[in-house]
Design a binder for this molecule. Structure first.
Ligand SMILES: Nc1ncnc2c1ncn2[C@@H]1O[C@H](COP(=O)(O)OP(=O)(O)OP(=O)(O)O)[C@@H](O)[C@H]1O
Length: 453
């Protein structure tokens, strides 16, 4: 064996190993070059085989006949740009007369295997121009967020989409959202990523965690208020409704000042106010929402109605006051009582992790997109963290958040603890700093469990 053959064998073996164990590294080292060459070399043949070419124009045929030249071939869409990315290739195509974006979308599965890519999706950028995004490997298997993401305010890069692009939770575009999923499907990890993303922003976080606070309380240094039982939750929500009223008064008073000034912008929400007058936006995270809607006696029913009314009011009017809702639970349907369907209609951002049945998928997407319902039902049980994210426009994507541990999220929150705003209305609910030993009343529980172990 010559030295060249030995080197070649080693390189091929290294590429095979990388592709198997570290597909992202394989893509960056070998995959991207091979894929670019493959797409360029096979482009015309593949487009022809996929029925994405158009016959030559009549005048071209006539010209060829008159000049006794070979008959021109059918033409595929023109490549405007081929851009390699961290996870795949982005192909921008100019369609030929008679083609439309749906032709490309309908052929995406054929394009996927013809170009030996992992996934292909397409969208129309403008009339006659289509962007085809191809992924070189399963980017959702081990999620790695890009180092550089869009850093606009209130826009959190929370997960990766299956086409390799970043999925943002954009509070200004979609103020309120609902996240559903069966137990152990990945809701808490998703919510943790949201908190970690929000921690470095100028925002107040308010948490309602009826799982006795086990998810949100460890992140407490970055929270302006926390509630771990329905009674406290009712008080926190009332305080937020009161805050919302005061922010509206502030916007009104600013409108009165600017209404007589010609050309001055009239504020319609907090984002139109001057920086020095703008109240800090608030994101309210509610975990296990069903706990707030359940009741066993008249007293609890009254509390439940108070909570749901406050949530509906915040959902209806909170956007302009910069109060955004992020509601999370296993189910969220009419069986939780009056007001729930009205509240759900206001939560236009929807994310569904694996659900147990079609009814739960319908709670997330039934009023938005039947395709998304089907996609949510098909999430495999073993792939925790995979979710379908959609909004009221009907568009949806398969996403997965990075596997952020509670430790990592706590570290991020602690690092940004100095950014936690003090909201006067919510001062009584500011969480106590962690660090105390377990309550002595809980010790028998610990002993009992270690005795049975
Ligand atoms: N994005 C992810 N990537 C990889 N693993 C994940 C992801 N999300 C969740 N998991 C795995 O699934 C397990 C359950 O996730 P999580 O606690 O978020 O579920 P949950 O829906 O909140 O469950 P519950 O309702 O019982 O609290 C996690 O411990 C983790 O191992």
């Amino acid at each position: 064996m010559t030295r060249f053959t030995v080197v070649l064998v080693l390189v091929v073996a290294a590429a095979g190993l990388l592709r198997w164990r570290r597909p992202a590294w394989y893509w960056l080292t070998f995959g991207v070059t091979l894929a670019v060459l493959r797409v360029l070399a096979r482009y015309r043949t593949v487009m022809d085989a996929c029925g994405l070419t158009v016959p030559p124009a009549r005048w071209r045929l006539a010209l060829a006949r008159a000049a006794n030249r070979p008959i021109p071939e059918a033409r595929p869409p023109r490549i405007l740009r081929l851009r390699p990315t961290r996870t795949g290739l982005v192909l921008r195509l100019k369609l030929r007369p008679g083609q439309d974006a749906f032709d490309i979308a309908a052929a995406s599965d054929r394009l996927r295997h013809s170009f030996s890519m992992y996934g292909v999706t397409s969208r129309e950028l403008r009339s006659g121009v289509v962007e085809v995004r191809m992924t070189g490997y399963d980017v959702l298997k081990r999620v790695q967020m890009p180092a550089e993401t869009d850093s606009r305010p209130m826009r959190v890069p929370v997960a990766l989409r299956e086409d390799g692009s970043v999925h943002y939770r954009d509070y200004r575009a979609v103020p309120h959202a609902l996240t559903l999923g069966a137990t152990e499907s990945g809701k808490s990890v998703y919510q943790r990523n949201l908190v970690a993303g929000l921690a470095s922003m100028d925002v107040a976080l308010v948490g309602i965690d009826c799982k006795q606070g086990v998810e949100l309380f460890p992140l407490g240094r970055r929270f302006s208020a926390l509630a771990d039982d329905p009674d406290t939750a009712a008080e926190v929500l009332d305080a937020l409704v009161e805050r919302m009223g005061r922010v509206y008064q502030l916007i009104r008073s600013q409108q009165r000042i600017t209404s007589d000034v010609p050309d001055a912008e009239i504020a319609a929400d907090i984002w139109d106010l001057p920086d020095d007058l703008r109240p800090v936006p608030v994101v309210v995270l509610v975990d296990e929402v069903a706990e707030l809607a359940l009741y066993a006696n008249k007293e609890e029913e009254k509390r439940r109605d108070r909570i749901i009314t406050a949530l509906v009011r915040l959902a209806q009017l909170g956007r302009a006051a910069g109060i955004y809702l992020e509601i999370c639970g296993q189910r969220f349907g009419s069986e939780l009582g009056k007001g729930i369907t009205m509240l759900r209609a206001q939560l236009t951002g929807r994310t569904a992790h694996r659900v147990n049945d079609e009814t739960s998928a319908n709670m997330a997407f039934g009023d938005i997109s039947p395709d998304a319902v089907l996609a949510a039902i098909q999430i495999p049980a073993e792939l925790r963290g995979i979710a379908i994210a959609g909004d009221s426009s009907g568009g949806w994507h398969r996403i997965r958040a990075p596997h952020t541990s509670l430790r990592q999220a706590v570290n991020i929150c602690n690092r940004h603890a100095d950014r936690t705003p003090d909201l006067p209305e919510l001062a009584p609910f500011r969480p106590a700093l962690p660090g105390s030993a377990p309550d002595s009343a809980l010790m028998p529980l610990v002993k009992a469990s270690s005795a049975t172990a």
